[in-house]
Design a protein around this ligand. Structure first.
Ligand code: BES
Ligand code: ZN
Ligand code: ZN
Length: 483
């Protein structure tokens, strides 16, 4: 899809036009006749968010009605969803080029609508043999958006696009080495970004016992990728470390996943894809923040030499871990990366993103992120606020010390899953928090939102990129706080 900014006159525009309309005050300036206005009024008396189509042959006028009286984040989210509804109509009408403007509409409302259109237009179609419908040229009314801001938003959406591509790619075409190569080549083109890739030998010399154990059943080598974005303005600031779970495929290992539980496990590297995308977006748009993304990558398979339950691992920081279930592999590779971040970067905050537990999906379904924090009350408050604004929401789970008992082992310092099946999301977060030690730490379990098995609003089936807009907005706030 290609966007251009131009000035648009809704009354005279010669082409397919989308008109956002949120406020009755603007009724008289709508390019509608009396009958059409009556229809609009009648529909709005029942419900305010909908799309109406008027024939203006050979073109169409699409009127997107929304409720501008709702709180801003909800109103903007409704517009994202309306954009997805509109896209279905556009596909039905075989319309690919259009213009978007508004009456009684705020710039951020128009921007949210275009964001929804962009996210909804994504589909994973590189393996399709027949061409799929996509938007072509979209003219956006320049009255609403500043070119620089709109371009920055488009760069962010492009990163979301790439995150979704990576997550949707099956492991046959994106293993740990492939993903590391891909990140290396992107980083090479970005100012102030460096990429260090550690291979199996280097991971061995770092003694990352968790990452190496999970990799033992695989024919593919592991990678540990460290991306650093360090612009001159932030070079002296302590970094924020972004740790992402990079399980390229999760079979469960020897504790193999039964029935159809294995399906969609190509998405188990969504945390790594999310964190790389956030860092790249920050670099694209020159945000004045110092970021380090630490991405441990491997698949988890039951090969001949695969790690087994009862194995006791020594992690990067020396902690010993009894393996109870090889399917609780994410926390093992993350623990090494979190400890590595804490020891080597003096971070002001560590945030991780991981498709970590099925329990997170059972607790809150697919409507948000299950989050936990340790020594990071204020950043968590900020993150929740930002999450409400961009509508990538999180709910905080407790870090109560009682849960520590559940991950104590009889044989080692910790066990890799709780001694009861209860509170699976919390015991996983607790396990990880051990490795952050005193560093302020936020854990984001994105298992419910990284990949949708059914379409959800402006997401089709597949990877969502959920969390990128959240963390990007959080990075923008860092700048405001520090000023
Ligand atoms: N990758 C899975 C978690 C997951 C499940 C993500 C469903 C997305 C959708 C993770 O590695 C896993 O298998 N977790 C186990 C942990 C258990 C063995 C303690 C789980 O949640 O069942
Ligand atoms: Zn697993
Ligand atoms: Zn996993």
């Amino acid at each position: 899809m290609i966007y251009t900014l131009e000035s648009i006159n809704a009354k005279t525009y010669d082409g397919n036009l989308v008109l956002l309309y949120g406020d009755e005050v603007a009724e008289r300036v709508l390019p509608l006749n009396k009958k059409e206005i009556d229809l609009l009024r009648q529909r709005r008396s029942e419900k305010k968010d909908f799309v109406l189509v008027f024939d203006r042959l050979p073109y169409h006028l699409y009127l997107v009605s929304f409720d501008s009286e709702k709180p801003a984040p909800e109103c903007q989210e409704m517009l994202r969803r309306c954009a997805a509804d509109l896209l279905k109509q556009l596909e039905f009408d075989k319309v690919a080029s259009l213009a978007v403007t508004g009456k009684g509409t705020l710039p951020e409302e128009l921007s949210a609508f275009v964001e929804g259109l962009t996210l909804a237009d994504y589909r994973f179609d590189r393996y399709r043999t027949k061409e799929q419908y996509h938007l072509g040229t979209v003219v956006v009314d320049s009255l609403f958006l500043k070119p620089a801001e709109f371009e920055a938003a488009q760069r962010l959406w492009n990163r979301i696009y790439w995150c979704r591509e990576w997550v949707n790619l099956p492991v046959q075409d994106l293993n740990a080495a492939d993903f590391a190569d891909e990140l290396t080549s992107i980083a090479a083109d970005l100012k102030d970004v460096t990429c260090t890739v550690m291979d199996k030998k280097q991971i061995e010399s770092l003694r990352m016992g968790g990452l190496l154990a999970v990799n033992r059943g695989s024919v593919d080598e592991p990678r540990f990728v460290v991306l650093e974005y360090k612009p001159a303005e932030a070079a002296r600031k302590q970094p924020i470390c972004l740790v992402g779970k990079g399980i390229m495929y999760d079979t469960g290992g020897l504790n193999i996943k039964p029935d159809d539980y294995m399906q969609e496990m190509k998405s188990d590297m969504a945390g790594a894809a999310t964190m790389a995308s956030v860092l790249f977006a920050a670099a694209d748009n020159h945000l004045p923040v110092h970021l380090v993304a630490l991405l441990p990558m491997t698949d988890n398979r039951p090969g001949f030499n695969a790690y087994a339950a009862d194995d006791i691992l020594t992690m990067y920081d020396g902690t010993t871990v009894e393996v109870v279930n090889t399917d609780a592999e994410g926390r093992l590779i993350l623990a090494d990366a979190i400890a590595y971040a804490a020891r080597n970067y003096n971070p002001k905050l560590i945030v991780d993103a991981a498709t970590l537990t099925g329990a997170a999906v059972r607790a809150i379904s697919t409507f948000g992120i299950a989050a936990m924090q340790q020594h990071a009350d204020n950043p968590m408050t900020m993150l929740k606020l930002v999450g409400t604004q961009v509508y990538e929401r999180l709910v905080e789970f407790p870090m109560w010390s009682e849960y520590d008992e559940l991950i104590k082992s009889d044989m080692a310092d910790l066990r890799n899953c709780g001694s009861t099946p209860q509170a699976g999301t919390i015991t996983a977060g607790k396990f990880l928090a051990h490795f952050a030690q005193e560093v302020p730490y936020i854990h984001l379990d994105i298992a419910g939102v990284a990949y949708f098995s059914k379409p959800q609003h402006y997401y089709r089936v597949g990877a969502s990129g959920y969390g990128i807009r959240l963390l990007y907005a959080f990075m923008q706030m860092q700048d405001m706080i520090e000023k």
